[in-house]
Write a protein that binds this ligand. Structure first.
Ligand SMILES: Nc1ncnc2c1ncn2[C@@H]1O[C@H](COP(=O)(O)OP(=O)(O)O)[C@@H](O)[C@H]1O
Ligand SMILES: N[C@@H](CC(=O)OP(=O)(O)O)C(=O)O
Length: 422
């Protein structure tokens, strides 16, 4: 039994869906569960729709019609027979959201977000399952909300592993005996039967949850890159593919922000010893990267690049040391404001952190300023180098001013900005 995960980039258009079909056909149709994300950047557009709805913006209707039209264009291109029940199924899915949009947005925004944004995965999986059926690959469409059981922490729901494992193990093996199971990434269901989501880019994590609960042979995530590279090709030229990666290094890389895999993906797989393959849907014959229980360090230095960083420096007003009591208070304020620390460094009288810039930062700075003197710089870059050496550091700081550098045995983190030319 294996699990495949196809993300938004792989199903962004009809060619993508046809390519997915070829990949699935080339693997035989026995005992495969496929987890699929919303098409292309559809989740971003659904976020726009939710914002417009919550604000009562008049754009709301136009965005909804655009999203519907996009999916019906895909249906028209994939299915010649307009009597195919998929047309009604997709229409009915949109009607559910239409009813919601007709009412005033009185429910909490995060709850509304999940009810609306999840529709991207509902519709994409219905379309792909119907297309696979049309070309003779028998599929069973499964609603992930009945299996991935979560709390009601909407937008970033926590999985109830016991219930989830129970539901998956009770029903899915018999479905997998009959055909390919197609289900959604990113979405879950609460005990009150509302839709929840697992956090942006969470489909990799969904695939790991299904994999762990079914104890599969392997999980393969199909991406637009040949595998895990030593840097994001969007930022770095001359990247190299890593053939084998330990779970440990994979967790470190994703924790520091390597966006090729969602950070929560590795743990459930590591716990069960299930290998994760990252392979290219563009060149599916390539072997990709195998992430497993090997005990080998990364063969080459790896770079993780983050922009839009804010470096916050915090000083006790009374010149007291940065000791446990202050640190505990400072961390509780980061926790309260849901701001994740990307790197940190403390001295006797100051504590500095780099965080992603977002709409949460103003509230955090206000909370910190009540007790501490606070200084901050925006618009910075953070580079993390795993298995660094001086050459690699020199390479990334050319024409940069370094504001903070933190080193451990294997990892170096540098917060920097472009040098201002004089
Ligand atoms: N170390 C890395 N190796 C490969 N790709 C990376 C790495 N770090 C970041 N990426 C980025 O991850 C992208 C693939 O992930 P993503 O766009 O989330 O896929 P999907 O949404 O289709 O699942 C690549 O296009 C690449 O830009
Ligand atoms: N569609 C969701 C979930 C997801 O993981 O998508 P992708 O696999 O395209 O990153 C998002 O964009 O956040």
């Amino acid at each position: 039994m294996q699990v495949f995960k196809f993300g938004g980039a792989s199903v962004k258009d009809i060619e993508g869906i046809k390519n997915l079909t070829k990949i699935v056909q080339s693997h035989g149709t026995n005992q495969i569960l496929i987890v699929i994300s919303a098409m292309g950047k559809m989740t971003n557009r659904l976020e726009d729709l939710t914002k417009a709805y919550v604000k009562g913006d008049e754009n709301c209707h136009a965005i909804f019609e655009e999203i519907k039209a996009f999916h019906f264009d895909v249906l028209n291109a994939l299915f010649e027979d307009h009597q195919n029940p998929i047309f009604n199924e997709v229409a009915n899915t949109f009607v559910e959201i239409e009813w919601l949009l007709e009412e005033e947005a009185s429910d909490p925004a995060d709850y509304l977000y999940d009810q609306i944004v999840s529709i991207g995965e509902m519709v994409s999986t219905k379309i792909v399952a119907a297309y696979l059926n049309q070309v003779g690959v028998f599929t069973i469409w499964v609603d992930a909300r009945n299996y991935i059981q979560t709390d009601n922490n909407y937008k970033d729901a926590n999985v109830n592993w016991e219930k989830t494992e129970h539901e998956i193990q009770k029903h899915l093996p018999s479905f997998l005996d009959k055909g390919i199971v197609v289900t959604q990434g990113f979405v879950g269901g609460t005990s009150e039967n509302f839709t929840s989501t697992l956090g942006r880019e969470g489909s990799d994590y969904s695939a790991a949850i299904f994999s762990a609960c079914l104890n599969v042979e392997s999980l393969t995530i199909w991406k637009d890159v040949p595998g895990v590279l030593n840097a994001d090709p969007k930022w770095f030229d001359e990247t190299e593919k890593i053939d084998q990666l330990s779970y440990h290094d994979a967790i470190e890389l994703t924790y520091y922000g390597a966006t090729v895999i969602h950070p929560k993906t590795i743990k459930p797989l590591q716990n069960k010893g299930i290998p994760l393959f990252v392979r290219s849907f563009i060149t599916p014959e390539g072997e990709g990267t195998k992430i497993s229980n090997v005990n080998i360090p990364l063969p080459i230095p790896s770079f993780i690049f983050k922009v839009n960083q804010v470096l916050i420096s915090i000083f006790p007003r009374d010149y007291s040391f940065i000791i446990e009591k202050n640190l505990s208070n400072i961390f509780s304020l980061f926790h309260k404001n849901k701001v994740k620390v990307n790197t940190m460094l403390n001295s006797a009288l100051s504590f500095s952190v780099s965080v992603d810039d977002s709409d949460k930062i103003d509230a955090l700075l206000k909370d910190l300023s009540e007790t501490y003197k606070v200084k901050y710089n925006k618009g910075l870059e953070l580079v993390t180098i795993r298995y660094y050496n001086q050459n690699t550091i020199d390479r990334v700081i050319i024409d940069k001013t370094v504001l903070l550098e933190v080193k451990s045995r294997h990892t170096c983190q540098i917060v920097m900005r472009d040098k201002v030319s004089s």
